[in-house]
Write a new protein. Sequence first.
Lengths: 171, 314
Amino acid sequence: MRLMSRTPLQRARRAAESVTDPELPMLTLLDLGVLRDVDVVGDSHVVVDITPTYSGCPAMAAMRDDLVRELRGAGFDRVDVRVCLDPAWTTDWITPEGRAALAAAGISPPGPAPSSDGPIPLTLLPTARQVRCPQCESPATELVSEFGSTACKAQYRCTSCLEPFDHVKEI
Amino acid sequence: MHTTPEDEHDSAYSGLLVNDAHWAFGAAPVPDGHGEDPLAGVDTTIPDGVDAATLATYALMLGDDALVMSHRLSEWTSNAPDLEDDIALSNISLDLLGQARLLLARAAKADASVVPVLPEGSPVPPEDALAFFREAQDFRNVRLAELVNGDFAEATVRVLLFSTWRLAIFERLRASRDHVLAAVAAKGVKELAYHRDYSARWFVTLAQGTDESRRRLLAALDLLWPLWPELFDTHAFEAAAAAAGVGVDPTSVREAAEGVLEQVLAAADVPRPEAPRRVGVLGRTGRDGMHGEPLGRMLAEMQSVARAHPLGQW
């Protein structure tokens, strides 16, 4: 497609979809499932919906700033970034491209998210996951901690190659 | 410094030389300077037939629980027994701070009269005004959240009691007629389930560990148990919010929360404590703004810098 033939919506989408996560820079906000919608509502006015991964995610302000800067750079004078709290973000929204990018960067991608309808049963044993080492692909891995370097990750260790690594926890 | 336009274009620092002054102690601004609203774009219309003051006070109660608990947990940063648990407690603190920010913002949007009045031209956003410029007696948190930190067993028991109760509330709050509260709850249940399960596992581990770890765990449980019943008291605002379909009556989740706690106690082989509840002062407890002295000290530390510079920008 020639540059000139793109519609404003296509330009806006392309710009918004190029923005990466400030803490997982190998992932775009689209790949992460944080970018929920992009809409052009008037001459050079674009509205973007994003959803936080966690309630206290400190990266939200940076994401907002990055979206505004990219879209202004793409010729949109007015950029409104709206917060979409419902439905709540789930790791199931991370795209196949996003999962591949995480693994390539040494971060184990999440498995399917558990259902969060109804009462959530207590689990006293560590969450059972089939986690492969992103370095050597060994399935022999052990949980170090359910909480990791950011709100969205748990810490694992590979018992084959002994490397520690992050795992994006399923929510 | 004088530069030609070409130099400005080439300078890596040129982007920093813009007037983006903002409130010095809160969230970063958006570039066009109208402040970062955590509820930007969220439908904050008050549902039909709901009293604004009721909704605002109810949101403040849930927000203050999270804010005070978050601050106490943040005091663990760099003090936990090991790095993993330091990170875990910090993560739990961060989740609760996020919930607090949304809930205090919701309270301010529902009824602006709950927000402390600051000098003209103050850059402080409403949720920060609520956090940093209210006195202890204006906080509506349950007293369990505000106690001075003890040892790691005490943190374990406190997080277990708090998150078991709050998760039971949030599971029902997902059906709130208020879109914001429902959305905060839908997100919060996922976070709180992690907090609860983390603390429940440590509860069992400490109870089944060494004599010393079990002794400390039982002492912590005895210390905190008298404040457990307060979590299920129904304050007039909670009753009104529940009747209006926006809130949850804490009494209605007691059975569910007790059921979860029984599972943990059974797995840990710990008998249910029998200590009587801690009574309020003339019947007033945390929800009424009646707090212990430790909350005043905690707020003094948390609020002092912001209060010294209500117009602070950087």
